[in-house]
Design a protein around this ligand. Structure first.
Ligand code: HEC
Length: 373
């Protein structure tokens, strides 16, 4: 349901051709298959599933061949008519597709023609280009990140140094907003992950919103969730989403609801990212912190996170070897387990998206300065 809603939202915003092409290729945008006389929505199958996310061919026996180097007209003849580049009729293992919207055919073929260049963009012979988000937080993150890189990979990875550029990078690090029209995947974003993002496009290093809500919900048997901005979290057993708190029951206040709840009316639980909504409300709150690193170094979490990100990325790039692509890098991240001195153990085999589900719960009390003399 949520995926469909997301597609509808994205559609409404008018995407770039390349993004529509990618969504079609990855099975995130609607396309149909010809089954005898019938035309049915292609559910559960995608080009990427059979031909690989990088178009370099499926990994399993019997899956699709590489698509790299094919011309748009040959791609579309195969997709629509089931005729291969060499003119032969393709086996039924390759479905026959029907496009749902005008422009889809051109966008899909255009994306496949570009896929190799996109996958390799940012991987130079001497440099690996990284793009960083903007703003003060991203700057501090970047400084900590490159400081750690200089320590653990002073000569770079396979002789290629990690450099920062404005665009055209392998990945975007420390972005402060979810990806919109970015072609590169996001790594270690500074925005809160929900927990259901695409693990080929996004990887973080601290617990997701859903993990934080689950941790808060464990503090009481039942309660209500206020979700005015429609974040639609997974709702733990015993809890429900309501528009107005009934009073007296524990409340998990998300987003701006944090600034409207009354801590005198019952226990209030908040996720750390929503603290800034609290405004001038006084009282005590239980706060879920997704960055539960033990603070032995005394350094701010953002800097420790930047250093942990450097350790994870350098290790993944080393495993990805010389012929690294974006898809291969994310594959290598899958198996990674990194013990950073300053950050909780990150294990992407156990938690593919965030590397952890550790959440620290803290009690925060604010005094009411409105009543101050
Ligand atoms: C269920 C798996 C599967 C899916 C889904 C699938 N393919 Fe294929 N595809 C194949 C197989 C297998 C072949 C090879 C068939 C043969 O050689 O007879 C093939 C062949 C092709 C070819 C011909 C390659 C050539 O050398 O001529 C193209 C192009 C192609 N697929 C593109 C796509 C695109 C684009 C999509 C998504 C819209 C897609 N495929 C979805 C399995 C799949």
């Amino acid at each position: 349901m949520r995926a469909l809603a997301l597609i509808a939202v994205l559609w409404g915003q008018g995407l770039y051709a390349e993004e529509i092409g990618e969504a079609l290729y990855e099975g995130r945008a609607p396309i149909s298959v010809q089954m005898g006389e019938a035309v049915l929505p292609a559910v559960g199958i995608s080009c990427a599933g059979c031909h690989g996310h990088d178009g370099a061919g499926g990994r399993e026996a019997g899956s699709g061949p590489p698509l790299l180097g094919l011309r748009a007209q040959d791609i579309l003849r195969a997709v629509r008519d089931g005729i291969g580049e060499d003119g032969r009729t393709l086996s039924p293992a390759m479905p026959r597709f029907v496009f749902d919207a005008p422009g889809d055919a051109a966008n899909l073929a255009g994306y496949i023609e570009e896929i190799d260049a996109l996958q390799r963009s940012g991987f130079g012979t001497r440099e690996i280009v990284l793009v960083f988000g903007q703003g003060a937080a991203a700057e501090r993150f970047a400084k900590a990140f490159f400081g750690r890189v200089a320590q653990i990979a002073p000569r770079g990875v396979f002789g290629r140094s990690l450099v920062r550029q404005e665009a055209g990078g392998v990945v975007i690090l420390a972005a402060t907003r979810p990806e919109g029209r970015a072609t590169a995947p996001h790594l270690f974003p500074l925005y809160m992950l929900r927990g259901d993002e695409d693990v080929r496009r996004v990887r973080g290093g601290f617990a997701s919103l859903n993990d934080q809500i689950a941790a808060l919900a464990r503090t009481a048997e039942r309660g209500v969730i206020l979700d005015p901005e429609g974040r639609e979290p997974d709702v733990p057993a015993g809890w429900s989403v309501v528009a107005r708190p009934p009073g007296d029951v524990p409340v998990i206040a998300l987003g701006s609801a944090a600034g409207q709840v009354d801590p005198d009316a019952g226990p209030v639980l908040i996720v750390a990212d929503d603290l800034h909504h609290l405004g001038r409300i006084a009282g005590c709150f239980t706060v879920a912190d997704p960055r539960p690193a033990p603070d032995r170094s005394g350094a701010p979490p953002l800097e420790r996170y930047g250093r942990a990100a450097a350790e994870v990325l350098v290790e993944a790039l080393a495993r990805c070897e010389r012929e690294c692509t974006r898809a291969k890098l994310f594959e290598k991240l899958d198996g990674l387990s990194v013990q950073s001195p300053e950050w909780p153990h990150l294990d992407y085999a156990a938690w593919p998206l965030t590397g952890t589900d550790l959440v620290a719960l803290r009690r925060v009390c604010l005094s009411d300065d409105r009543q101050a003399p």
